[in-house]
Design a protein around this ligand. Structure first.
Ligand SMILES: Cc1cc2nc3c(=O)[nH]c(=O)nc-3n(C[C@H](O)[C@H](O)[C@H](O)COP(=O)(O)OP(=O)(O)OC[C@H]3O[C@@H](n4cnc5c(N)ncnc54)[C@H](O)[C@@H]3O)c2cc1C
Length: 375
């Protein structure tokens, strides 16, 4: 059988792509080395922040707004709640680049955003303690997504729509026979007209030339006072320090608050190098200071997990065809901020698989930028 689309990696992006492509009437095969959602890739740990006014750059805003619509639609289709609109506050020195981009993108795209001096933030959320020369920007429409629930929905809906799913099967490579793409797995070959590479961090094992560095990251859950709970209107948060260190966190659920440090971590080259939480000294200490300073009612670490980022040199995504292979789309290098886009990236892949043109400007995400940077 020749599929219209073979999806390599049915995690965050791949499961969405398989659903939207199958729904569009294509014959789709979705392969995964595990049984997603699972904790061996980059999509576990219950929650992912979604922000609309975007600190990483204005080029992301049209995509994140479409992604948000799709997340709400997914709830209607799948049943369980995906989006928690708890609001999100970014705290940073008022001259910071990240917070500057947040403000600029809100202005350009007319997004509701409150810009608050430090005193106003602390008055509204007495749980927060911040320096006087910081500001807070609050987005009431943002919040967080239930990541594993979303992937489960996409996988179930794709199957119902007729997608063929081959899980616990590792893809080892792709070759081409004329116009037909041949996807090699540990248990045989599969054929497709188009291929989506959405294998996350370990796509680097199939495409070693990809300019992506796998990095081990951790996040941890902490005991917190009642007033940090989501039901008490505590928002998601980003904290940027003057040295550029960047932290993110979620409102607590039953007095347990999740937090992580966005930068840092350990570069790794194989999945078995991703040691469990607690195996590196920093794992237990990297958020202690920030909690003490900004969120004094949050305390002891209860447990943590490790996860992986697929980092590009500029922290921007790769959304491009493989050089010389117009029927193979790569969506990778999501650099630790890609989950919120998984729905729209899946839709983009489905559009590609139908041979239609995508309505977003994808030039900032082209592979060619790495060559230009080297020159
Ligand atoms: C600690 C942490 C915190 C994060 N926080 C946020 C956040 O708050 N907001 C946000 O937007 N993003 C966040 N992210 C980033 C986001 O989770 C990732 O960018 C996103 O999940 C990656 O999606 P993906 O589809 O590329 O990869 P994945 O979801 O990891 O899926 C890849 C799939 O490919 C499969 N696979 C791998 N190799 C093969 C192979 N050879 N053959 C077949 N299948 C294969 C894997 O089993 C996996 O299921 C965070 C990431 C981490 C690690």
């Amino acid at each position: 059988m020749i599929f219209d689309l073979v999806v390599i990696g049915s995690g965050s992006v791949g499961s969405a792509a398989a659903f939207y492509a199958t729904k569009a009437g294509l014959k789709v095969l979705a392969i995964d080395s595990g049984n997603p959602p699972h904790d061996q890739a980059s999509h576990h740990g219950e929650t992912r922040l979604i922000r609309h006014a975007y600190g990483e750059g204005l080029q992301y805003v049209p995509m994140v707004l479409r992604a948000q619509q799709l997340w709400y639609e997914l709830k209607q289709l799948g049943g369980k709640r995906i989006m928690h609109k708890c609001g999100l506050i970014s705290l940073a020195p008022d001259d910071g680049k990240f917070i500057g981009n947040v403000i600029e993108s809100a202005r350009k795209y007319n997004l509701p955003l409150e810009i608050l001096p430090s005193s106003a933030v602390m008055q509204r959320w007495p749980q927060i303690n911040m320096p006087n020369d910081y500001i807070g920007v609050f987005e009431a429409d943002s919040g967080y997504l239930k990541c594993e629930t979303a992937i489960s929905h996409y996988i179930r809906l794709a199957k119902k729509a007729g997608c063929v799913q081959l899980f616990n099967t590792c893809v080892t490579g792709v070759s081409r026979d004329g116009e037909i793409e041949k996807v090699h797995t540990v248990s045989g070959e599969h054929f497709g007209r188009k291929v989506l590479f959405s294998a996350g961090t370990w796509l680097t094992k199939i495409l070693p030339e990809l300019p992506v560095q796998p990095v081990r990251k951790v996040f941890s859950w902490h005991q917190s006072d009642d007033d940090y709970n989501e039901c008490n209107h505590f928002p998601g948060f980003i904290v940027t320090l003057p040295n550029g260190d960047n932290y993110y966190g979620f409102p607590a659920n039953e007095n347990v608050l999740k937090i992580g440090k966005h930068n840092g971590g350990q570069s790794i080259n194989s999945a078995d190098e991703r040691k469990p939480f607690g195996e590196f000294a920093d794992d237990n200490t990297e958020v202690v200071e920030i909690l003490g300073q900004f969120f004094p009612g949050v305390g002891a670490c209860l447990f943590g997990k490790s996860c992986t980022y697929d980092l590009t040199a500029d922290d921007d995504f790769i959304i491009d065809t493989q050089p010389g292979e117009p029927n193979r789309l790569i969506i990778s290098g999501l650099s630790g901020h890609g989950f919120k886009f998984a729905s729209v990236l899946g839709e983009i892949a489905a559009t590609f698989a139908q041979g239609k043109s995508v309505s977003f400007d994808l030039t900032p995400f082209a592979l060619a930028r790495f060559k230009q940077n080297k020159a």
